[in-house]
Design a binder for this molecule. Structure first.
Ligand code: PLP
Length: 406
């Protein structure tokens, strides 16, 4: 059966939980993508901070196809070499002693929250079940993680929600202090709130959370699903801040586009989980293990990580120059290749429109809420791709200004 596919098919056949762009990408290379009509785009979206090495990276294609020709899956009744090699790489590179693999960020956070509850129940008793999270946080879409997330719009339709989760104000230590007590089993926080608008934590805030967790014997969980795997110019953002969590979750860029997530923790906390307490069919499968191993080999080098800092400079300098012309943004912020452009008040609510205009001009950008245009490109995007893409983005900004003043 041969059928010709159009964007309208999405609206006819798919559960309408997304509103995808009007074009359908069919091929990619590096930070360029082409749609069904052959139109070219520069990809500043990176599959939402996922495609760490761009599209069709030769080393990732090789890792995937070599493993694909060996075996794909056995289930967790058998372990495999690629996932064990990946675990060793992650443990050697971080504070952690133990790794659990799954398939997404939400699952990694789900595992982290379950581990925190079990550790507290085993060591202190059932009353120690409180979870403190933050307003505007995003931790995934399972019922537990969407409840931990701080955007009621994403969770309220699915009530009743898991209890004992409370939300403090991000970057406000006093508000966290009010909620964290001896009945708290975990504090979960993003070192940079990604979906919430690309808002970096202050060092004092993360240090303060570390102290509060130590005082009240609560686990500090860093959700590094968006900030991890080189995104900030360090392998994990906690290294940038110099504040070490008890549990770290990572996904998105870990597989460079192949689905994989992981929860990392120490021996002390890891040992409360035993055979049968948690699991997932596909978690730690050899395909994902092989691809993520290749991603880490390339990303966890000084060359790639310093390259992220260099690219941050190229992007922010050019965005600042562009903004001096168009005065769209009140702030350009973020670390490494996670950059948010906050719209000035007179352009409130226009992020989506600007992103759509950018796509029309041949540049893919993300939004983070209604008022932030977000850039999360591949860590190896070239200087030429940045220049070409931002020239297209500038044309979109010009059209937006022309349209909004007429
Ligand atoms: C994307 C994201 C998640 C959810 O990851 P999925 O793979 O979509 O489940 C969780 N936390 C943060 C910080 C994220 O950016």
């Amino acid at each position: 059966m041969s059928i010709s596919i159009t964007r309208e098919n999405f609206d006819q056949w798919m559960l309408p939980v997304y509103a995808p762009a009007p074009f359908i990408p069919v091929r990619g290379e590096g930070s360029r993508l082409w749609d069904q009509q052959g139109k070219e785009y520069i990809d500043f979206a990176g599959g939402i901070a996922v495609n760490a090495l761009g599209h069709a990276h030769p080393m990732l294609c090789k890792a995937l196809s070599e493993q694909a020709a060996k075996f794909w899956h056995t289930g967790n009744g058998y372990t495999n070499e690629p996932v064990l090699k990946l675990a060793k790489r992650l443990l050697d590179a971080t504070f952690a002693d133990r790794a659990f693999f799954c398939n997404s960020g939400a699952e990694a956070n789900e595992a982290a929250l379950k581990l925190a509850r079990k550790y507290a129940h085993d060591t202190a008793g059932p009353q120690k079940s409180g979870i403190v999270a933050f307003k505007n946080a995003f931790h995934g879409r399972t019922l537990f993680t969407v409840s931990a997330g701080g955007q009621p719009a994403y969770s309220q339709d699915f009530a009743p929600l898991p209890p004992e989760i409370r939300h403090a104000v991000y970057n406000d230590l006093a508000s966290a202090r009010e909620l964290i007590n001896d009945d708290t089993c975990a504090v979960i926080v993003e070192p940079i709130q990604g979906e919430g608008g690309v808002l970096p934590a202050t060092t004092a805030f993360l240090q303060g959370l570390r102290e509060l967790c130590d005082r009240h014997h609560a686990l500090l969980i860093f959700d590094e699903v968006q900030t991890g795997v080189g995104r900030t110019g360090e392998l994990y953002a906690y290294m940038h801040y110099g504040v070490t969590p008890d549990v770290l979750t990572t996904a998105k860029a870990l597989g460079g586009g192949f689905p994989i997530g992981a929860m990392l923790t120490t021996e002390t906390f890891g040992h409360v989980m035993n055979v049968g307490t948690h699991g997932t069919t596909y978690g730690g499968n050899p395909l994902a293990g092989a691809v993520a191993g290749a991603v880490l080999d390339i990303v966890n080098t000084r060359e790639t990580l310093d390259g992220v800092k260099q690219r941050h400079q190229w992007l922010t300098e050019q965005l600042t120059a562009l903004n001096n012309r168009y005065h769209l943004f009140s702030e350009i912020r973020g670390l490494g290749l996670l950059i948010g452009c906050q719209l000035a008040t007179e352009h409130t609510g226009s992020a989506k429109q600007i992103a759509q205009l950018a796509a029309t001009e041949g540049a893919m950008v993300l939004i983070a809420g209604a008022n932030v245009v977000r850039f999360a490109p591949a860590l190896n995007i070239s200087e030429e791709e940045i220049r070409t893409g931002l020239a297209r983005f500038a044309r979109a900004c010009e059209k937006f200004i022309a349209g909004s003043s007429s």
